[in-house]
Ligand binder design. Structure first.
Ligand SMILES: Cc1ncc(COP(=O)(O)O)c(C=O)c1O
Length: 384
């Protein structure tokens, strides 16, 4: 039997945990004067204000509560996200940071919003929120690069457009005519935020030491995206539990990462990265060129922004480019294999299913330089 004395009625303001700062002062949860300690993160909630018709960016301490437990991003993984890198000292995107590949990321966020029918704030609202977060981040982390994670969820279960749990199609949110993409403020029924955090050291470690990778079956055949678009395979949704389980499986086998294959044996992508492979090819004039290949997008993979800008620069440098289909033997025979993504950047694969691969440092450096050029990905971009 539970003792009645164990039951406490807690007022909402008592639920706020104390921030673990050296200060003995309790920081208000939504103060604009919040500055993170060194190594700390900054949360910016983007809140639609119906009265003014604008979206406000509210800087907060991310260690304090910010979401309702009925938010469908939490209860169903029903939301979308983007992860961007911001490097200090180049000043192109406000707050003295260069927000790398920002147009490509925001275009992919809009495409994910379209695919999931989640209404999202305008590109400018996101940019304003990111700039506010980066400014505060820099005050606590001077000179440090940041990871910027943008999230949009379908919002609380009972919200209009939110789809009440168990309420069926008529309860809203499951209506296919619901607004999607950049929406007017009154249509913004989701939950929106940007989280600005320091780049972890694990990202540079993967670049320097390379990756041992396992090939794992994703369990879908390569034509599934067209046949079952509700799987949302080309959208960047919050439902990453399967991807994280694959990573844990790889770790339990002594590997660092994963390349998924389709059930009919095509190479797809990593759980958080795009696959790139290179072949050195003889040119007609007797010199050697490079062919850079990535898996076929319509096989149900996320179009990578890193792959897009690398392809744009490689094309300008005269490399040959190809989109699969690829099979595991192509990867085994390659002159270089990499997993690329926005924060870990270009990480060479040293072993595939236990087989040691050719690692070409010159090509790795070249690909990293292509990524740093941050060209407009053009037709190689996430939305072409
Ligand atoms: C499934 C998946 N594929 C590819 C990528 C790489 O995308 P980007 O280069 O835009 O970071 C990611 C990034 O997180 C991902 O989650």
């Amino acid at each position: 039997m539970f003792s009645r004395r164990l039951v406490k009625h807690v007022q909402p303001d008592q639920l706020l945990p104390r921030p673990q700062q050296s200060s003995t002062e309790h920081t208000a949860p939504t103060t604009q004067s919040f500055v993170p300690e060194a190594g700390g993160s900054v949360l910016v909630m983007l809140t639609p204000d119906r009265a003014s018709g604008t979206v406000t960016a509210q800087v907060q301490d991310p260690r304090l509560p910010a979401l309702t437990v009925t938010d469908q991003g939490v209860t169903r993984g029903d939301g979308i996200f983007e992860t961007l890198m911001a490097t200090p000292g180049q000043g192109q995107d406000g707050a003295g940071f260069h927000l790398r590949k920002s147009a490509a990321h925001l275009a992919r966020l809009a495409a994910s919003a379209e695919a999931t029918q989640i209404p999202v704030p305008s590109e400018q609202d996101w940019r304003d929120g990111i700039a506010a977060g980066l400014g505060v981040f820099a005050a606590g982390n001077p000179g440090r690069a940041a990871v910027v994670k943008l999230v949009a969820t379908r919002g609380p279960e009972a919200a209009p457009g939110g789809g009440h749990y168990g309420g069926g199609l008529d309860a809203g949110g499951l209506d296919s005519s619901a607004p999607s993409g950049p929406a007017r403020v009154e249509q913004l029924t989701g939950t929106y935020w940007a989280l600005v955090s320091p780049v972890s050291e694990a990202s540079s470690h993967a670049r320097e030491t390379g990756l041992k990778v396992l090939l794992l079956d994703r369990g879908y055949e390569s034509g599934v995206q067209e046949r079952a678009p509700w799987l949302l395979l080309g959208a960047k949704t919050l439902s990453y539990a399967v991807n994280m389980a694959a990573m844990r499986h790889a770790k339990s086998q002594g590997a660092d990462d994963v390349i998924f294959t389709s059930s009919d044996g095509k190479v797809l992508e990593g759980p958080t990265s795009t696959v790139l492979m290179a072949r050195r090819v003889p040119r007609a004039d007797g010199t050697q060129g490079v062919e850079l290949i990535t898996p076929l997008r319509r096989n149900g993979i996320l179009p990578g922004t890193s792959q897009g800008v690398i392809f744009a620069a490689a094309e300008r440098a005269g490399w040959e480019l190809g989109y699969g289909p690829l099979v595991p033997d192509d990867l085994m025979d390659a002159d270089g294999l990499w997993l690329v993504s926005s924060v870990r950047l270009v990480a060479p694969v040293t072993h595939l299913d236990g087989v040691e691969l050719t690692v070409d440092h010159e090509l790795t450096e070249q690909l990293s330089a292509f990524l740093a050029e941050d060209l407009d990905p053009g037709s190689h971009g996430p939305v072409d």
